[in-house]
Design a protein around this ligand. Structure first.
Ligand code: DX5
Ligand code: ZN
Length: 225
């Protein structure tokens, strides 16, 4: 993975057909997805449950691009090695997930992955300040994590602008997660984001039998910015 700030679309497979992940991943990549975003939820840090390491490991052979794994779990540290073994390229932990985020980020890089830091909508940009030299990505949540299809929280756009200024020349991506569609994408890209996670806006209306819809949905996001 070489670093660049070109726009990347990372469809969240939370909005895919749960009976058909392999084909769904191949379909979004064939249609131009840059990364594949995998939302891991524990029913504790967030009020929903999704994928453990065996599921993520099963996705791995289907992902030809970048497997971007977003942990919405607490604690994080006991599971880092399992997600590394499952084949995550990027592993993102929430700053709110525990008292020792610095240690967590060190452990993620130590396990050979790129490290991401996610901020909930209620967490200010400056929470990331002491950590910017040890991360590859900052994920700005623009919904409260837990579910796809929620409404974009506009007050988070200013945080993106602040983070972009704080990051400066560091090779750190700014990823936006939640409520991204052709109306909200231009706002966050103008503020400095380069990775757009999108679940419902990519998968809506399509299927593995109608994958062009996924392509058209991604094109609509790209053309909106
Ligand atoms: C929310 C997840 C998101 C979610 C985005 O907790 O982290 O990745 O799937 O879904 P949309 O794009 O539908 O808001
Ligand atoms: Zn996510």
């Amino acid at each position: 993975m070489t670093f660049d700030r070109s726009l990347k679309i990372a469809p969240s497979i939370l909005s895919a057909d749960f009976a058909n992940f392999g084909a769904e991943i191949r379909a979004i990549e064939d249609q131009g997805a840059d990364w594949v975003h995998v939302d891991v939820m524990d029913g504790h840090f967030v009020p929903n449950l999704t994928f453990g390491p065996p599921a993520v490991k099963a996705f791995r052979p289907h992902v030809k691009t970048v497997m971007d794994v977003h942990l919405m779990i607490a604690p994080v540290d006991p599971y880092i090695d399992a997600y590394a073994a499952a084949g995550a390229d990027i592993l993102t932990a929430h700053v709110e997930a525990g008292p020792h985020i610095h240690r967590t980020l060190q452990a993620i890089r130590g396990a050979g992955m790129k490290a991401g830091l996610a901020l909930n909508p209620g967490t200010p940009a400056h929470a990331a300040a002491p950590l910017l030299d040890m991360v590859d990505l900052v994920c700005v949540m623009t919904v409260n994590p837990g579910f796809g299809g929620q409404k974009f929280i506009h007050s988070c756009v200013e945080k993106v602008r602040d983070l972009r200024a704080m990051i400066g020349d560091r090779p750190v991506h700014i990823e936006i997660d939640g409520g991204v569609d052709p109306t909200t994408a231009p706002l966050v890209v103008a503020a400095g984001a380069d990775v757009l996670v999108a679940g419902s806006a990519v998968f809506k209306g399509g299927s593995v039998d109608a994958p062009d819809v996924y392509g058209a949905n991604m094109k609509a996001i790209r053309e909106s910015v």
